[in-house]
Design a protein around this ligand. Structure first.
Ligand code: SF4
Length: 391
């Protein structure tokens, strides 16, 4: 539990819902996504073309197959004082391709932050493996240092991740110094700030975090990740602490980095609306496992897992009254038998599962680990054809 306790104790799960009428959700979701794309375009107008031209072009010629892969990944934290061990990550298969943005979505405590930390090499898995560009992750300090140059973390709270006594320049240059960069430090820092949308960069060099807006601070954090020219960033709730007016700009920035630099990203979030705005694929996580995965349009316009439907229903755009999930919030030290969502499942509670003849299986038959690298759902309910629009 120690690792999981790092996740904030917000409980988004008290509000969940009956599945919204799929057509309505699709329309609303399209509206949200279109809006963000417009914001992205607006932000793009403000972009300095010179910054894009100055950005390094990644040679992805050798990139075949997924960039980052988790196979059968498990992270178990031993219980204290005789308590049960917490299976924070309990068998996850996931992949992020080159130039792909994958959203990992779930409530606080579902294991998504622990999974992200394991993918970064910050937590050593209890079982399974992480590989990057086809090579298994090595856990020696030198190997990890080299790996973290290629895979960077962007934390959710820019105020907390920036040292208030460090200038913007020092904050962004820190990674270069740690990795012993020998080139023109000033030019590289300026380039990273430009790519993060802080231009002219020299204007920001000597500023301190308290002199910046929330959006500018988040851009500094992103510049600190970009300065090492990573191939993938892991962004943990990248806009959760920002005002709505700034969220669109930061999301537009991440999309532009993907489009212009080929940067891959794993975005960890509790917000399916954010996933809709930015991701190519989405993986929905519940109690240590991925329960639904697929292309974002498919998962969010025609969700199949009751938990995904519940998360979608709390979006303001869903247009349907939210329904409170029954049962206890997730506890990775007490994972129930059968479907691990069964104590809270609205389809089981409503009798829909019984009507489909799967209620006993819901309560007593474990589901296999989902292959989160491909579209799929972990649920005993019969699957409709995902390509067939719901009635
Ligand atoms: S398997 Fe049963 S309990 Fe689990 S999500 Fe599906 S319908 Fe609900």
């Amino acid at each position: 539990m120690s690792g999981e306790s790092a996740e904030t104790a917000e409980d988004a799960g008290t509000a969940a819902v009956r599945s919204a009428e799929a057509g309505g959700v699709r329309e609303e979701a399209d509206t949200v996504r279109t809006g963000t794309r417009e914001k992205a375009a607006d932000a793009g107008v403000r972009e300095d073309a010179a910054a894009a031209a100055a950005a390094p072009v990644r040679d992805d010629g050798a990139a075949t197959g997924p960039l980052l892969v988790a196979e059968g990944l498990k992270v178990v934290f031993p219980g204290r004082h005789g308590a049960s061990a917490a299976r924070a990550v309990d068998g996850v298969n996931l992949a992020v391709g080159t130039g792909e943005i994958v959203a990992l979505v779930g409530e606080s405590g579902c294991g998504k932050t622990t999974l992200a930390r394991a993918l970064l090499g910050l937590v050593r898995p209890s079982a399974g493996a992480v590989s990057f560009r086809g090579s298994p992750l090595a856990y020696g300090s030198r190997a990890l240092k080299a790996y973290r140059r290629r895979v960077q973390l962007v934390l959710q709270d820019p105020s907390g991740s920036l040292n208030p006594r460090h200038t913007v320049y020092d904050a962004v240059a820190e990674g270069l110094r740690i990795h012993g960069h020998r080139g023109d430090e000033r030019a590289v820092v300026a380039s990273a700030l430009s790519r993060a949308g802080l231009r002219p960069p020299e204007r920001f060099f000597l500023r301190y975090p308290h002199e910046l807006s929330g959006g500018q601070r988040q851009r500094v954090v992103i510049a600190g990740a970009l300065v090492l020219d990573p191939e993938l960033i892991v962004a943990d709730e990248p806009v959760a602490s920002l005002d709505a007016s700034v969220r669109g700009e930061i999301l537009a920035l991440l999309l532009r980095l993907r489009d212009q630099l080929g940067l891959s990203a794993l975005v960890v979030t509790h917000d399916l609306g954010l996933a809709w705005n930015i991701a190519d694929r989405v993986a929905v996580m519940y109690l240590g496992r991925i329960v639904e995965a697929g292309p974002v349009e498919e998962v969010l316009t025609a969700p199949r897992h009751p938990y995904t439907k519940a998360l979608l229903s709390v979006l303001p755009e869903s247009g349907t009254p939210p329904v409170v999930l029954t049962g206890e919030p997730p506890d990775p030290a007490r994972i129930p038998g059968g479907c691990r969502f069964h104590a809270r499942c609205q389809d089981l509670a409503s009798g829909a599962a019984a009507k489909a003849g799967v209620a006993d299986a819901c309560r007593g038959t474990d589901l296999p680990v989902l292959d989160g690298t491909a579209p799929g759902v972990a649920c005993h309910l019969p699957e409709p054809n995902p390509t067939t629009p719901p009635p």
